[in-house]
Design a protein around this ligand. Structure first.
Ligand code: G6P
Length: 612
């Protein structure tokens, strides 16, 4: 989704901004722009629809723009089509102020009407332009930039991360935040602002995270931060210890492929430090054993693939804990008047830690008295900071829009959490617990074995890549696995696909099965293997082509019914989805590759969804 980067220092700003924006490309965007302020040419702005390379070519890699101070933006359209005019930055009428914005200004119509009545002419269809125009309007009245910024912030409603450049302030830009991520970077003789640390990590690892209501004045020799009342505040600094190469493609054709291959290592990093002397240790949890024993109900709230982790979690946690586990999409939860109280633990799952609906659900759950435990990948992100407890997945930076390694690490961490709680609550036998622990220890190596089957999956993808419609069917954990498998395929290959609980198929969807329809039958949940076989036969009877996935021990049984069988090693049944997802990710990847799709940046999608 939209990205912001700002720079002030001794070097020319435009090339640095373009490079920063390039590192934000992975978030998904449809246009880009930069504004730079220079001593000779004043405020210069360039923006263009399409890929960043279009903008970069327009300004010769930044060389045609002059100035050591600037802001840049990648836009993911919400209000108004993706085109040159709607791209950011937006200018005030007198072209003295430039603004970039992430988020949505909810009351923009009312402000726009007011400004039009005052003789302001708008150029774009965006909500963002009202910020630039309103700021220009107030500034013209008073000549006080900071006073005008605060007036604007009091008047606008919604979510925003803002970068503001004023032609009359040659040595600083202003940043402000509410409900959209923004961080400040402290360099040697230079300073930065960015919506995502990847944009600036090659310049500095010394950052601080802006909080809601804060406003920053960013200069080369330092950054001053003020609270919502305009009082100066001291910010806590954080050090980013990411390996920069983890965010580079490193010779692989796509980030998604690289990240699929990184899964054994990511899972190892997430699991190993928390397994000690045959015990699960969550030192970072502040929940007491007494609290863990007292919960009567769990909620899992998330969006997209993180929600699908929750779907697996429902089956596994109910099995291990014997208490109700409700899984809800964050966008539904926040408006559903959910039944959360002090006896409820709400587990919030988010790779980015910035998804707006998930954040809103977290706040809603907290207001209802629930305690929040988050599972997050991005350290220091908003959800991580607002939750009562955070368990980090150690997947490292994930760049491809379609998540793979973050999903896998979330899944394994949720399983571990379930087992940890179950041991404390005494709801799992020692023997079962041992078998799961053994499975967890062996998981990375088993994932490596699955990855060795790449060629077979590639072959199947080459046979089926031109299908228009695919169904994923399965029962229990395989149904939850099907949801994520289907999402992967549709996200990156644009093939229509649906996941169905096999038993539900005959209540409607089976009418869509016709000769040649591809059905991916998931049969890794061995307790219901025979039922799955019956469902496979039903779709075959209607002419479907079936590709089946099962465990090595059931391969021969499956082959009697289906010629195309993929397998994963046998492990404890609750861990099978962690293996089963890998061939499904690879299948989606190879299908998209055959179809010539833009795998890492699929159309219309964003990595981190910071609007409702
Ligand atoms: C976007 C991404 C998905 C992700 C979802 C939730 O739609 O494209 O891959 O699953 O957001 O994101 P989160 O960061 O909260 O896990």
């Amino acid at each position: 989704m939209c990205g912001i980067v700002g720079y002030v220092g001794r070097e020319q700003a435009a090339p640095i901004l373009l490079d920063g924006l390039e590192h934000l490309e992975y978030r998904g965007y449809d246009s880009a722009g930069v504004a730079v302020l220079g001593p000779t040419r004043g405020l210069q702005m360039k923006k263009a629809k399409g890929r960043l390379k279009v903008l970069s070519a327009m300004v010769d890699g930044g060389r045609t723009m002059e100035g050591c101070l600037g802001i840049g933006h990648t836009r993911w359209a919400t209000h108004g089509q993706p085109n040159d005019v709607n791209s950011h930055p937006h200018l005030s009428q007198d072209e003295r102020i430039a603004v970039v914005h992430n988020g949505i200004i909810e009351n923009y119509v009312e402000i726009k009407e007011f400004l039009i009545s005052q003789g302001i002419r708008f150029q774009s269809e965006t909500d963002t332009e009202v910020v630039a125009q309103l700021l220009g309007f107030y500034y013209k009245e008073t000549g006080d930039l900071m006073g005008s910024v605060y007036r604007v912030l009091h008047r606008i409603e919604g979510a925003y991360a803002l970068g503001i450049l004023c032609a009359d302030v040659p040595d600083a830009f202003v940043a402000a935040r509410k409900d959209a991520p923004l961080l400040l970077g402290y360099g040697e003789g230079c300073s930065f602002v960015a919506s995502d640390v990847t944009a600036i990590i090659k310049h500095t690892r010394d950052v601080s995270y802006m909080e809601d209501g804060e406003v920053a004045v960013v200069r080369a020799d330092g950054i001053r931060v003020f609270n919502a009342m305009g009082q100066p505040i001291e910010k806590e600094h954080s050090f980013i210890d990411w390996d920069v190469s983890a965010a580079e493609k490193g010779g692989y054709p796509h980030f998604m492929f690289k990240e699929i291959l990184e899964q054994p290592e990511a899972v190892r990093k997430t699991v190993s430090p928390r397994l000690r002397n045959g015990e699960i240790c969550f030192e970072e949890l502040s929940l007491t054993d007494e609290q863990i024993r007292a919960y009567k109900r769990l909620f899992i709230v998330a969006c997209g693939s993180s929600y699908h982790v929750g779907m697996v979690g429902k089956y596994n946690l109910e099995r291990l804990l014997r208490i109700p586990v409700d899984v809800m999409l964050a966008s539904e939860f926040r408006y559903a008047d959910p039944l959360v109280d002090q006896d409820t633990l709400v587990i919030v799952i988010s790779q980015s830690g910035e998804t707006l609906d998930t954040m809103a659900a977290l706040r809603q759950a907290r207001a209802l008295g629930g305690r929040i435990l988050s599972i997050v990948n991005v350290v220091g992100s908003s959800i991580a900071r607002e939750a009562d407890d955070v368990l980090y997945t150690w997947a490292g930076p994930e760049i491809a829009v379609a998540t793979t390694k973050a999903y896998s690490t979330q899944l394994v961490l949720l399983d571990m959490l379930g087992l940890y709680f179950a041991r404390i609550r005494g709801s799992v036998t020692e023997e079962e617990s041992e078998r799961i622990l053994e499975g967890l220890r062996a998981l990375p190596e088993m994932m490596e074995r699955v990855l060795q089957e790449k060629e077979e999956i590639q072959y199947l993808a080459s046979r089926y890549f031109n299908h228009d419609s695919v169904f994923y069917i399965g029962r229990n954990l395989d149904y939850a696995l099907g949801l994520e498998s289907s999402l992967k395929l549709k996200e990156i290959s644009y093939i229509h696909s649906e996941a169905y609980a096999s038993g539900e198929l005959k209540h409607g969807t089976i009418s869509l099965i016709e000769p040649g329809t591809l059905v991916v039958a998931l049969g890794t949940y061995t307790p219901l293997f025979e039922k799955t076989l019956s469902n496979i036969v039903e779709v075959q009877a209607r002419g479907a082509d079936v590709v089946a996935l099962t465990t090595e021990s059931r391969r021969d049984d499956m082959r009697k019914t289906v010629p195309n069988v993929l397998t994963v090693p046998d492990t404890h049944v609750i861990l099978e989805p962690s293996l089963g997802i890998i061939p499904m990710q690879l299948f989606a990847y190879y299908v998209a590759l055959q179809r010539g799709c833009d795998i890492d940046k699929p159309r219309n999608l964003a990595k981190s969804v910071t609007v409702e």
